[in-house]
Write a new protein. Structure first.
Length: 118
């Protein structure tokens, strides 16, 4: 199973982007899918999380109310809709999957760069 993150790019402050995390296999059922981001010189930050069934989404305070995580089981894809983007949202965004209740991640996707210009 592989995860493929995509959808990053350059956007002006206040704009929107939608990131996708696509799995090559049927991995999302019973899995937790997390979106992380890491800005230069900063630690990796967990920003959003969803269970494969679509229940219990989690958002970090830094993105609450602006970002929305959703999944499409038919496409084995989890989306991160990012609205009202700020310059401080500039980072490399990546997704990861772990079995519900597990400590360690089983799969990681490569990062996609998001740059927000002010």
């Amino acid at each position: 199973v592989q995860l493929q993150a995509s959808g990053g790019g350059l956007v002006q402050a206040g704009g929107s982007l939608r990131l996708s995390c696509a799995a090559s296999g049927r991995v999302f059922k019973d899995y937790v899918i997390d979106w992380f981001r890491q800005a230069p010189g900063k630690e990796r930050e967990l920003i959003a999380s969803i269970i494969g069934s679509g229940r219990e989404p989690y958002y970090a305070d830094s993105v609450q109310g602006r970002f929305a995580i959703s999944n499409d089981p038919a496409k084995n894809t989890v989306y991160l809709q990012m609205n009202s983007l700020k310059s401080e949202d500039t980072a490399v965004y990546s997704c990861a999957a772990k079995y519900y209740g597990a400590r360690d991640y089983a799969y990681w996707g490569q990062g996609t760069q998001v740059t927000v210009s002010s």
